[in-house]
Design a binder for this molecule. Structure first.
Ligand SMILES: CCCCCCCC(=O)SCCNC(=O)CCNC(=O)[C@H](O)C(C)(C)COP(=O)(O)OP(=O)(O)OC[C@H]1O[C@@H](n2cnc3c(N)ncnc32)[C@H](O)[C@@H]1OP(=O)(O)O
Length: 192
């Protein structure tokens, strides 16, 4: 666990430069997989996070807390908030760098309670890259992009080959991500 005051990223990194085909600032990002718990539109109790690209290596996301997301009466469950950040951070990594990557480490600081009915405005920024390691962090603010910070998160994503998904998950994962055999590039992009 990174201690307060420890430097971030924890190692020397190169700047994280968005891929030349990354969506431009202002672009709304779609669902990367309809059964994704974070963003999928076919998961009734999912988080239904919506994201778009902001200036800099930043993706902004909104997550509205419903009764399905409670831990204590009227308050969001911390694990679900961590899930929202995993999605928001992953969306920044996947959409801006266009490399298939998975979360290796995720840290969250819960700064203030998040009530049911509130919307978290999450801004996730790519902090640096070291080989296959991608460092990314985010703040989640209550009810407005400039609202009080409720949750902070930092994560390490690791770039993987697309066989990560077909070997460990569903053999048909690529098609389910919407990538056909014909389209499959050598350096696979997880986000179409
Ligand atoms: C748009 C998309 C949005 C998606 C959002 C959702 C994203 C997710 O939730 S993904 C699902 C959750 N994550 C997973 O299931 C990942 C499971 N873990 C794994 O598959 C593997 O451990 C994996 C791929 C992360 C790393 O394994 P492997 O490819 O063998 O690489 P490995 O050599 O161990 O690690 C690579 C580097 O990362 C470092 N590393 C790996 N894990 C950690 C960790 N937990 N803490 C610190 N460093 C780590 C290693 O030390 C190594 O560093 P270096 O290159 O300096 O030696």
């Amino acid at each position: 666990m990174t201690k307060p005051g420890q430097s971030w990223p924890p190692t020397d990194t190169e700047p994280a430069v968005p891929h030349e085909d990354a969506p431009a600032p202002g672009s709304k990002l779609g669902v990367h997989y309809s059964h994704c718990f974070g963003c999928g539109d076919e998961v009734e109790a999912g988080l239904h996070i919506q994201s778009s690209v902001a200036e800099g290596p930043v993706v902004v996301s909104q997550f509205t807390v419903t009764e399905a997301h409670q831990g204590a009466p009227g308050l969001a469950h911390g694990g679900l908030l961590a899930c929202a950040f995993d999605e928001a951070l992953g969306s920044a990594v996947g959409n801006l760098l266009r490399k298939p990557s998975v979360t290796a480490k995720l840290e969250t600081d819960f700064v203030r309670p998040v009530p049911v009915g509130s919307t978290l405005h999450i801004a996730a920024e790519l902090d640096g890259v070291s080989g296959r390691k991608i460092y990314v962090s985010a703040d989640g603010r209550l009810d407005a992009a400039d609202g009080p910070v409720a949750v902070r998160a930092r994560a390490l994503f690791v770039t993987v080959g697309f066989e990560h998904f077909t070997t460990h998950g569903d053999k048909d994962a690529l098609h389910k991500f919407g990538v056909s055999d014909k389209e499959r590039p050598k350096d696979w992009d997880i986000n179409p």
